[in-house]
Design a protein around this ligand. Structure first.
Ligand code: PMP
Length: 360
């Protein structure tokens, strides 16, 4: 077996103990004689899996009682439409903070359902920073305010969650959910595709405050209405059973590690190692302003030189995979989600140092 350090933005690495447990249980789950993939979603064994996954997420994120966790499909991209379909229902207005490619898609989709106002944007500097938000910028009539807490492509993240007062705050947390401690009570709704910090692709997690459920109009398709999934404990139709099982194993792993407090400490240490190196380097540089830097996705560039392809190729040969930056921004990007071990980050930094020495 030759596992590499995979710096992919998602789907990305899963914790090795999780993969090993899944492997052990793959052919015969708890003496059922079946794989989880072959279990009915109505069976007792699967009901236990989804109930435990739900409870573990609750525990790890310290979710308050007046929220519900929904296990959905369609990715975060489906939430770009589902959020306005369900929430843009009173004034028909929503305020958005525009911080990159994913917020752009969220805005475009929401515009199909109501009046979207961009209250702040970092487009003027190529999305290399997080704009300041204060409550005076928010329309008190807006049905919600939308932010992207971590911008996967641009490598920026909100270091502080804006105070939106009585207007519900909706957050696309696809690329930093479970990476650090958060106060769920600041949000009306949180959504995330699973394929970074939660588990395999196919599952989308929504954490929604109860008063925001059941507001969609009658014409809203059942599969796009949060109430459908709230009423059925996420079992309205066949859910992505194996992805939910894997998510449960990931939540167990996180809890065993010491929860989000410990995960955040490790993640900050990993990111710091790379940023400290980038800031001292005479070859590489970070394009992102210090205050807005993500601890999950770290883009870096080699200004002036045409060395990107050589770097990516040589890194791959050294077992450091998927370091190419997103096609829209170029350069390189190291995604270091929860499952990336410190060892992988140390090997990356060592490799960068060697590359820098060679190319001085
Ligand atoms: N939002 C963010 C911040 C993302 O990183 C991604 C995927 N990389 C998406 C939305 C889209 O997610 P999905 O592919 O699950 O629809």
């Amino acid at each position: 077996m030759n596992r590499v350090f995979n710096f992919s933005a998602g789907p990305s690495m899963l914790p090795l103990p999780v993969l090993e447990k899944a492997q052990k249980e793959l052919l015969d789950y708890q003496d059922s004689g079946m794989s989880v993939m072959e279990l009915s979603h109505r069976s007792g064994l699967f009901t236990d899996i989804i109930t435990e996954a739900n409870q573990l997420l609750w525990e790890v994120l310290h979710i308050p009682d007046n929220y519900q966790v929904l296990f959905l499909q369609g990715g975060a991209s489906q939430q770009f439409a589902m959020v306005p379909m369900n929430l843009m229902v009173n004034s028909g207005k929503a305020d958005f903070v525009h911080t990159g490619s994913w917020s752009k898609k969220a805005i475009k989709e929401a515009e199909k359902f109501g009046e979207v106002r961009v209250i702040a944007s970092s487009e003027d500097k190529n999305f290399t920073y997080i704009p300041k938000i204060d409550s005076s910028m928010i329309d008190p009539e807006a049905d919600y305010v939308h932010i992207t807490t971590n911008n996967t492509i641009e490598g920026t993240a909100f270091s502080q969650i804006p105070d939106t007062g009585d207007v519900p705050l909706v957050a696309d947390m696809s690329s930093n959910i479970l990476s650090e401690e958060i106060d769920v009570s600041k949000f009306g709704l949180i959504y995330a595709g699973a394929q970074k910090n939660i588990g395999p692709a196919g599952l989308t997690v929504v954490i929604i405050r109860e008063d925001l459920i059941g507001k969609a109009p009658e014409t809203c398709p059942a599969m796009l209405n949060y109430k459908t999934f709230s009423d059925s404990d996420s079992l309205y139709n066949t859910p992505p059973t194996f992805s939910i099982y894997m998510a449960k194993l990931v939540f167990e792993w996180l809890k065993g590690l010491g929860g989000l407090k410990e995960m955040e400490r490790i993640n900050r240490e990993k990111a710091q190692l790379i940023y400290d190196y980038l800031d001292a380097s005479t070859l590489f540089a970070s394009p992102v302003e210090k205050e807005g830097r993500s601890i999950m996705n770290i883009p870096f560039i080699i200004p002036g030189d045409d060395l990107d392809a050589a770097f990516i190729d040589e890194a791959k040969q050294a077992g450091l995979e998927t370091l190419k930056g997103h096609r829209s921004v170029g350069g390189m990007r190291a995604s270091i989600y929860n499952a990336m071990p410190m060892q992988g980050v140390m090997e990356l930094v060592n490799f960068m140092e060697e590359f820098e020495t060679k190319n001085k």
